[in-house]
Design a protein. Structure first.
Length: 390
């Protein structure tokens, strides 16, 4: 894995040098040469047979794409192996992958046979990327400072957690919510394994999880509490309500391994039935059941992007102003603190802090805000030394 990575970087640098020189000579790049190009400018059809498509899966050296029809519906059965046109590789040095799942791209059939692969699939070259409407990225764990784009162009983020096995981490849910808010995508929260909480949870646990569900509902989020593996799950009103929210939308699934994401997707008649990991200890081992993100068409219309479970979740740091906007309940109060640059920590006359002390804002969410601001880990119980009493 590491070896390929090195080679890619080497090659990119070489290409980069060559391009720099040639740019000097020509002074400008014509629009047709830039990788990112609005789909309104695309020339579909024509002598090179260019066609619009969607990136459905990304591997280190190539991607899989599926063609899109006139109604912008993706035919997930029509899969091609694709490579980004060589001339564009240099443009995307900042990201680990040049394209991400969900990208809307213009491709040309690989008539020159430049795509080197034995795979028994039609091959094509990705010529252009439609500017992304939204994206979810995390810091690349292998290359500090680099963003790894997990998925793009989704309408909403479905945050799946289970009450127990593994136990829900509301701090992680907050991080996903911040991501959704900062990207302007809807967030939907699912708490699965209701049956386990009822059977194995202590009365305190049951009461506290119920209170958390109510807290997030109070913030305006859709929160579903359900049992994805129940026998009659397909008829369950909560499942039907969730199903209607997924209709005709592109939804990014997120959540740890073992919480029941595949079990949930299987209820919505996916084109490809998801493997449900029956090994109960899967999440302790930290293995991922799905190694690559993929784009799944649902029988009811709409698509789901299933990413590998994200264990350690780090995203680009946000300053207090941007971060506090991602906490929806803070918004009506923002701009009212004494200092415009208030971090809502120990500054005098901070309205956020005052609202927390007065019980108008949730202390839990405030701590979560501070934890994210101060770069504390998302794991519960690790947020220490915060300037607020419990
Ligand atoms: N008790 C209980 N187990 C569930 C529920 N939903 C899924 N599971 C089980 O949890 C495990 C992981 O499910 P899976 O769908 O593979 O989770 P994923 O890793 O998030 O895709 C499997 O053993 C499922 O049978 C539920 O609502 N209750
Ligand atoms: Mg799964
Ligand atoms: Zn403040």
């Amino acid at each position: 894995m590491a070896r390929w990575h090195m080679r890619d970087t080497d090659r990119l640098e070489k290409v980069g040098k060559i391009r720099k020189k040639s740019r000097k000579k020509t002074h400008a790049l014509d629009a047709g040469e830039t990788f990112e190009l609005d789909s309104k400018e695309w020339r579909v059809g024509g002598a090179d047979g260019a066609f619009p498509a969607r990136v459905v899966e990304v591997h280190k050296r190539y991607a899989f794409i599926s063609t899109e029809n006139d109604l912008k519906k993706v035919d997930t059965r029509d899969v091609w192996l694709a490579e980004v046109a060589r001339k564009h590789l240099v443009a995307h040095r900042a990201e680990r992958n040049f394209v991400a799942v969900g990208d809307h791209v213009l491709c040309t059939p690989d008539r020159e046979h430049t795509v080197k692969s034995q795979a028994d699939l039609p091959k094509c070259v990705i010529q252009h990327l439609d500017p992304r409407r939204s994206k979810i990225a995390r810091l690349d764990p292998h290359t500090p400072g680099r963003a790894h784009v997990l998925a793009t162009n989704m309408d909403q983020l479905l945050i799946v957690a289970s009450y127990l096995s593994p136990k829900v981490k509301w701090g992680l849910i907050d991080r996903y919510l911040v991501l959704a808010e900062s990207e302007g995508v809807e967030a939907i929260i699912v708490l699965n394994k209701e049956d386990l909480l009822a059977a194995e949870g202590t009365p305190e646990e049951i009461a506290s999880e119920k209170a958390m569900v109510e807290l997030y509902r109070g913030l305006g989020y859709q929160v579903f509490s359900l049992q994805a593996n129940a026998k009659d799950a397909k008829e369950h009103p909560e499942i039907n309500r969730l199903e209607s929210l997924l209709k005709d939308k592109i939804t990014l699934l997120s959540g740890h391994s073992g919480v029941g994401k595949s079990s949930l997707v299987n209820l919505f008649i996916p084109e490809i039935v998801q493997a449900v990991e029956e090994d109960d200890n899967i999440f302790y081992k930290g293995r991922h059941t799905t190694s690559f993100a993929s784009f799944i068409k649902l029988g009811t219309g709409g698509y789901v992007i299933d990413t590998p479970g994200i264990r350690s979740f780090t995203f680009e740091e946000k300053g207090p102003i941007e971060l506090s906007h991602c906490f929806v309940e803070f918004r009506p109060l923002l701009g009212k603190c004494k200092f415009r640059e208030c971090r809502h920590m120990d500054e005098p006359e901070c309205v956020i802090r005052a609202a927390v002390e007065a019980g108008q804002l949730s202390r839990w969410r405030y701590k979560s805000y501070l934890g994210i601001l101060l770069g504390a880990t998302g794991r519960e119980g690790r947020i220490r030394d915060l300037p607020i009493e419990d």
